[in-house]
Ligand binder design. Structure first.
Ligand SMILES: NC(=O)c1ccc[n+]([C@@H]2O[C@H](COP(=O)([O-])OP(=O)(O)OC[C@H]3O[C@@H](n4cnc5c(N)ncnc54)[C@H](OP(=O)(O)O)[C@@H]3O)[C@@H](O)[C@H]2O)c1
Length: 266
């Protein structure tokens, strides 16, 4: 689906806030949003990677700002909230996040709690002021990165799946709540994507989609759908599992997760 550039800029410009812009889906989305003519404010922890992305985005003739912040910390979050206070952000692409794979009892609890802070707390804390501003303006868009794991419990990735269930549910609720105010809200629920995500979670993915495709399909779905399952794997698994009882879906996805961590066994 082709995006009408002028319409996109009118509805979601002039600035976009992209979290997780230093890598993966967020980085690809930042490029494409800049290509659509929106100025981009890029957030991640690594300043150097953000600067590089900002340079790539600036090629499209837009303004860029790269702000390094750890969204899992109160200070990092406060800095970003302060940075967007006087910027007219019409699009929020909330991609910052990470996952883990393995038995819950064997995973370091500090990382699991940090995951809730980044995937849920920070995403919500940024959505709040932006949704308020967009509601006042009567236009705007929020894109929240969910996942294929969001629709049922997933053994061997239980906490990560729970964070994504939170994001999915938040997006679904906000979509209907903000629709009368002219604000579009989209949950994007991809399957495996070839990014730094698998590396950080020590997972082996096969048949993963490329981030540029996921970003493109997600941006094209904004204003047209409330949930998008971008990529073939997400569609196959998502729609294939959709009619099965929730408990059975959990078992199947648990097997998929076990497969993704098999390399650790020997
Ligand atoms: N890859 C997949 O298979 C997949 C599938 C479904 C959903 N998703 C979701 O898609 C989103 C993007 O993931 P990805 O695949 O693009 O992963 P990625 O390549 O690892 O990128 C994650 C991004 O989040 C940023 N980030 C992580 N922790 C952060 C923190 N504490 N503070 C600020 N920024 C932080 C990273 O930047 P720094 O490292 O610079 O901090 C990076 O830019 C995530 O929400 C993920 O859950 C991914």
């Amino acid at each position: 689906m082709k995006i009408d550039k002028a319409k996109f800029l009118r509805k979601y410009g002039p600035w976009a806030l992209v979290t997780g812009a230093s890598d993966g889906i967020g980085a690809a989305a930042a490029d494409q949003i800049a290509e659509l003519g929106l100025n981009v404010l890029l957030v991640g922890r690594h300043q150097e990677r953000l600067e590089k992305r900002a340079k790539a985005c600036a090629v499209h003739g837009v303004d860029t700002r790269a702000i390094a912040a750890d969204l899992g910390t109160p200070d990092g979050l406060r800095n970003i909230i302060a940075a967007i206070e006087n910027v007219e952000v019409g699009l929020y692409f909330g991609s910052a996040g990470f996952g883990s794979a393995g038995a819950f009892c064997d995973l370091p609890i500090d990382e699991e709690l940090a995951m809730i802070d980044v995937n849920c707390r920070a995403l919500t804390a940024l959505a709040y002021p932006l949704a308020q501003q967009m509601r006042t303006r009567g236009r705007g868009g929020l894109i929240l990165m969910s996942s294929i794991v969001a629709f049922q419990g997933v053994p061997h990735s239980a906490n990560y799946a729970a964070t994504k269930a939170y994001v999915q549910t938040l997006a679904e609720g906000l979509a209907l709540e903000l629709e009368p105010d002219g604000v579009d809200v989209l949950a994007s629920a991809p399957g495996p994507v070839e990014t730094g995500f698998a590396r950080r979670a020590d997972m082996a993915m096969s048949g993963a989609a490329v981030p540029a495709t996921i970003a493109r399909k997600t941006l094209a779905a904004l204003g047209r759908h409330r949930t998008v399952r971008p990529g073939t794997q997400s569609k196959l698994l998502g729609y294939g599992l959709a009619t099965l009882p929730r408990a059975l879906r959990s078992r199947i996805l648990g097997q998929v997760m076990r497969g993704m961590t098999k390399h650790r066994d020997g």
